[in-house]
Design a protein around this ligand. Structure first.
Ligand code: NAD
Ligand code: UDP
Length: 318
């Protein structure tokens, strides 16, 4: 049994992770300021003797005696992270600095939730970890993209300078039950719109692509990544090496709209809205490194994952 801190544990991915860690017999401390997360996401864990919720903003320093830290605290949806861009950069940079300082102080291994957004609007396809990316440093998405890039730089610096064991995961689009109905990301928007019989809003032509990973697959990979020995995780490099985590099945956003319509049986019409600035045209992870080192592949296909997600929305929306 380990004692594990999960920052952002009341959010979408964090709540699934907390659940899995508790089920595996660990003690879990969740730190969250409930900015985009919700108590309901972890309500079923609140009475558990091995689970604690600390309401805390990671922009304030913290020290918790733990073996492992999963640092997820940060808004993830473009709608939310662009609402207060200064705060988003602060959370990416200062929040990660505090997580690293805590890891250094108590000697914990640290998982950093980075993102495929570090590749920006990629000019290389699919994206593997050696690609340095194509990010607009002053665009609408910069607060998140550059914030996460800085978080990675901080993490490798702590690894090289202080020997902190860090695991940088570049997470690609992840979806599943417990996404907020007002989250603003594509799967939640389309599912809610279809269930309510409202128009489904395609931004741009709908021909842009993404590769969607079901949350259980992502959490499994994250846990395996943290279990990996330091030698294997660094591949003999000084500091830490990032790892793409995601599902390589690439689809257009229009495909998602059609699938959601089919699964819900909705007659919602498709309507077209302007494409947001710097919206990446194509995105697909090369997961060769994760497959090799973690002996892992995503198992839940898009149709099954969407059906489970839509069922959850159906229950919650009544
Ligand atoms: P989410 O918004 O559901 O969860 C984020 C959690 O962090 C929320 O519970 C929120 O309240 C909390 N939080 C935000 N700012 C905080 C602060 N200053 N102090 C304490 N808590 C704070 O998002 P998610 O989809 O679960 O994403 C979790 C992590 O994974 C994020 O770091 C995100 O950047 C990363 N990620 C997610 C995806 C995805 O597709 N879901 C893709 C790439 C990276
Ligand atoms: N998108 C869309 N309609 C929506 C929400 C999003 O067409 O209601 C598009 C968005 O422009 C992007 C893709 O879906 O091309 C994925 O968007 P999301 O915000 O989920 O994730 P990200 O852009 O960060 O990958």
């Amino acid at each position: 049994m380990q004692r594990i801190l999960v920052t952002g544990g009341a959010g979408f991915i964090g709540s699934h992770l907390c659940e899995r860690l508790i089920a595996a017999g660990h003690e879990v401390v969740c730190k969250d300021n409930l900015f985009t997360g919700r108590r309901q996401n972890i309500e079923h864990l609140l009475g558990h003797p091995r689970f604690e919720l600390h309401r805390h903003d990671v922009n304030e320093p913290f020290v918790v005696e733990v073996d492992h830290i999963y640092h997820l605290a940060c808004p993830a949806s473009p709608v939310h992270y662009q609402r207060n861009p200064v705060r988003t950069i602060r959370t990416c940079v200062q929040g990660t600095l505090h997580a690293l300082e805590c890891a250094r102080e108590v000697g914990a291994r640290l998982f950093i939730a980075s993102t495929s957004e570090v590749y920006g609007d990629p000019t290389v396809h699919p994206q593997d970890e050696s690609y340095w990316g194509h990010v607009n440093p002053i665009g609408d998405r910069a607060c998140y993209d550059e914030g996460k890039r800085c978080a990675e730089a901080l993490a490798v610096s702590f690894a090289r300078q202080y020997g902190v064991e860090v695991r940088i995961a570049r997470i690609f689009n992840t979806y599943g039950p417990r996404m907020h109905e007002d989250d603003g990301r594509v799967v939640s928007n389309f599912a809610v719109q279809a269930l309510r019989g409202e128009p489904i809003t395609l931004y741009g032509s709908g021909e842009q692509t993404r590769s969607f990973c079901y949350v259980d697959d992502l959490v499994e990979a994250a846990i395996r990544f943290m279990a990996l020995s330091e030698d294997a995780a660094t591949d003999g490099h000084a500091g830490s090496r990032p790892m793409n985590l995601g599902n390589p099945t690439e689809v257009t956003i229009r495909d998602i709209a059609e699938l959601v319509r089919e699964i819900t049986g909705s007659r919602s019409e498709l309507v077209f809205r302007p494409l947001p600035a710097d919206d990446p045209a194509r995105r697909r992870p090369d997961i060769g490194r994760a497959a090799r080192l973690l002996d892992w592949q995503p198992r839940i296909g898009l149709r099954e994952g969407l059906a489970r997600t839509i069922e959850d929305f159906r229950t919650r929306l009544g």
